[in-house]
Design a protein around this ligand. Structure first.
Ligand code: NAP
Ligand code: ZN
Length: 352
């Protein structure tokens, strides 16, 4: 066992502070990674503040972080896919049972025994798993991703969650070329949704509560931007969308977006607000519309997404911060004041 510097929260109301956590010695199938960058996902904030207590309560201390890019520092004897020095990524999962129907179907995120990167029972050390706000991590090689060499690491890290979470439902929808696609919320997930929908040839409309993001949305690939608090702008698009991706992290009126769908249109939720919201049955019945959800993506699809990003030179737009600014970054995230993902430079841990 070794010790690693990290940042953790002691309770739902505590700030994140410097700590030391144990990391296991690599077993024969493990890869030890020195972390270079870790993105800040809104799920980190939900978890640190125990906002999902009814579904998955937080165990403290909590070390979040599931958008990890780093270099392999050591490998177990049986590891075949990686060598020391390789640039690699780790996303939201670090293990699963490898045998259930979900694992066999390459959707390990739905394995009943999935181990998430943080706040899951740790099968090796006991307690819970600790995430990427840390200098190192040890992961079974089956959950380690190869990072295309041409991409810049700070902007790759958030692809491991924000990237795959938006790529997966867009791909699953089918051929969106020429279709009218809405992306609701221009945050970490939303701005990647825009990039992917655009890359697959959709006509993209962004719905935002932040008028000051309008120009960015167009630059990122949107054809049109609707300020969702403007009723006239909203009315113009009623009944016209094939597919809408809802990335909002807070309570909002989902029915307003169901009304935007055309015949057989689908709205997929990836945002995970704390409180359930009422859905109008009639909004779905008229027009045979559907409402669904999507959770990250499997390992195979995550690698496919990274390779696609490598080929098309797609990364996340990031603001790189030192770990010492983490609590300030959480407050800014809550105000939608980040363009469009914080990426923590983990070398800064050495300074504390
Ligand atoms: P984020 O960067 O904070 O983006 C969320 C965006 O939602 C904001 O930028 C803002 O966009 C909009 N928004 C925030 N508060 C709002 C409100 N009260 N009303 C309307 N719009 C509001 O968060 P993120 O990291 O992209 O994550 C978004 C959500 O997805 C979170 O709930 C997160 O936990 C969840 N998530 C789910 C998965 C999954 O697998 N399904 C994976 C990762 C994250 P505008 O300024 O443009 O309005
Ligand atoms: Zn995430």
């Amino acid at each position: 066992m070794s010790k690693a510097k990290a940042y953790s929260a002691a309770s739902a109301t505590s700030p994140l502070v410097r700590t030391t956590i144990p990391r296991r010695d690599p077993t024969e199938h493990d890869v030890q990674i020195g972390i270079l960058f870790c993105g800040i996902c809104h799920s980190d904030l939900h978890t640190v503040r125990n906002e999902w207590s009814s579904v998955m309560a937080t165990t403290y201390p909590c070390v979040p972080g599931h958008e990890i890019v780093g270099r392999v520092t050591q490998i177990g004897n049986e590891v075949t896919g990686f060598r020391p020095g390789d640039l690699v990524g780790v996303g939201c999962m670090v293990d699963s049972d490898h045998s259930c129907p979900s694992c066999r179907a390459n959707v390990e995120q739905f394995c009943p025994d999935v181990t998430f990167t943080y706040n899951s029972p740790d099968k090796h050390l006991g307690g819970v798993t600790y995430g990427g706000y840390s200098e190192s991590i040890v992961v079974d090689e089956r959950f380690v991703l190869r990072v295309p060499a041409n991409l810049e690491s700070a902007g790759v890290a958030p692809l491991l969650c924000a990237g795959i979470t938006t790529y997966s439902p867009i791909r699953r929808w089918g051929d969106i070329k020429g279709k009218k696609v809405g992306v609701v919320g221009l945050g970490g997930l939303g701005h990647m949704g825009v990039k992917f929908a655009r890359a697959f040839g959709a006509r993209v409309v962004v719905f935002t509560t932040s008028p000051n993001k309008k120009e960015d949305a167009l630059r990122l690939g949107a054809d049109e931007v609707v300020v969702s608090r403007n009723a006239d702008e909203m009315k113009k698009h009623a009944g016209s969308f094939d597919f809408i991706l809802d990335t909002i992290s807070a309570d909002h009126d989902i029915n307003a977006y169901i009304h935007m769908l055309g015949l057989d249109g689908n709205i997929t939720l990836v945002g995970a607000p704390e409180t359930p919201f009422p859905v109008s049955a009639f909004a779905l019945l008229f027009g045979r519309k559907s409402l669904s959800g999507s959770l990250i993506g499997g390992i195979k699809e995550t690698q496919e997404m990274l390779d696609f990003c490598g080929e098309h030179n797609i990364t996340t737009d990031v603001e790189v911060i030192p770990i010492q600014k983490i609590n300030e970054a959480y407050e800014r995230l809550l105000k939608s004041d980040v363009k469009y993902r914080f990426s923590i430079e983990m070398g800064s841990l050495k300074l504390t």
